[in-house]
Design a protein around this ligand. Structure first.
Ligand SMILES: Cc1ncc(COP(=O)(O)O)c(C=O)c1O
Length: 367
């Protein structure tokens, strides 16, 4: 299917021409500075600041460590309220910081944590809310901030998917006590592995920098328990090479999304995530099917055609024994069984995408 026989994956890293990467990397080779907050890491922080319109980018090794550092930087303890409809890293970061993830069910159309169910989950042990902007779709930030303020809770946004997204005209990374993102190879902006924390509070920013560097302060004194969260110069070089292409990458994702949307939007039985077009980076293509059986059937038919959608996020984390005890989350469990993310990477041609969408149309016509 499509104009090439290449397998069509959900995500393939968008990469700058290799010469641009090696050109930047040469600086690290020549200087022998490969890590320790080197000049490329500092430059990447500055460039991400400029690109996103923020001031406090703190780049780290990956998005999971970003979440762990955020929990540490805010001295969180006890219970942290989050969503079961997310990548396991959200919950495991909470657990690695000796806190307990408390799941709150999601909204059936936005796939985000349901703010109206949060208050019922707050106990005397709750220290924070950690919502996820699922597939880049911002949660109802106004409502969540209201609840957090009323109950004196901190907010960490898991914005792993939301690079480049705004909420109410302001970069989404500027909300919360801390926002965290991922620059993993599968993300719309990537540095291979990588991530970042953003805080509006300069004291918290200073602490994040200290924590990612073994707890050393600017005078290199050890002032608290930190960890090694430093991004290497090699990864920073990947990010610096890719960043100038980010507008083009984002534009292509939008176009791919539009093709799928225009073809499948009116198809009875499937639905898209509810989103605001100007607050969405189109980096994922989640499609909700009428039943798990149809969802799996479509996936297997696509596999036969060398296209590889993913059941993402599946399973709902409240059902995963390794994460915690089972507590029913009917909406998340239902959505996670019926959802597929379709191939939407930047290597796809528009013709590939048209054919993938037609394939799904044909599937339903034949039923
Ligand atoms: C919602 C969410 N949170 C956190 C992460 C963790 O990011 P990373 O893979 O960079 O550790 C990911 C991605 O993998 C994610 O999708």
């Amino acid at each position: 299917m499509g104009n090439s026989n290449k397998p069509k994956y959900v995500s393939v890293p968008a990469l700058a021409p290799i010469g641009e990467f090696t050109g930047i990397l040469r600086q690290a080779w020549d200087s022998r500075v490969l890590t320790h907050n080197g000049p490329l890491v500092q430059l990447l922080e500055k460039k991400v600041d400029q690109y996103l319109g923020v001031r406090n980018t703190v780049v780290v090794t990956n998005g999971t460590i970003a979440l762990q550092l955020a929990i540490r930087a805010l001295d969180l303890t006890g219970e942290i309220i989050t969503t079961p409809f997310t990548w396991v890293a959200t919950a495991s970061a909470i657990k690695w910081e000796n806190c307990t993830p408390v799941f709150v069910d999601i909204e059936k159309d936005t796939f985000n944590i349901d703010p109206e169910k949060i208050e019922a989950a707050i106990t005397s042990k709750t220290s924070a809310i950690m919502p996820v902007h699922v597939f880049s779709n911002p949660v109802n930030i106004d409502r969540i901030e209201q609840i957090a303020k009323k109950h004196k809770l901190k907010i960490i946004y898991d914005a792993a998917h939301a690079f480049g997204v705004s909420y109410d005209g302001k970069p989404v990374m500027e909300y919360g006590d801390i926002s965290c993102t991922s620059f993993h190879a599968t993300k719309i902006f990537n540095s291979g592995e990588g991530g970042a924390c953003f805080s509006p509070d300069s004291e918290v920013t200073r602490r994040l920098k200290r924590l990612r560097f073994f707890g050393h302060n600017d005078q290199k004194e050890i002032v608290e328990d930190g960890l090694n969260g430093k991004m290497t110069e090699v990864h920073a070089a990947v990010g610096l090479a890719n960043l100038p292409y980010q507008d083009a990458v984002a534009e292509k994702r939008k176009r791919i999304f539009e093709i799928y949307f225009n073809k499948l939007n009116k198809l009875e039985g499937v639905s898209f995530q509810k989103f605001k077009p100007d607050e969405y980076n189109c980096s994922y293509l989640p499609l909700l099917f009428p039943s798990e059986k149809i969802c799996i059937d479509v996936m297997e038919e696509l596999f036969k055609s060398n296209a590889f959608p993913r059941r993402y996020f599946y399973p709902s984390l409240n059902t995963v024994k390794a994460v915690g005890e089972y507590i029913p989350m009917p909406v998340s469990e239902d959505v996670s069984k019926r959802i597929l993310c379709l191939p939407s990477n930047n290597d796809l041609s528009f013709e590939d995408v048209e054919q993938l969408a037609d394939f799904i149309l044909q599937y339903f016509k034949a039923k």
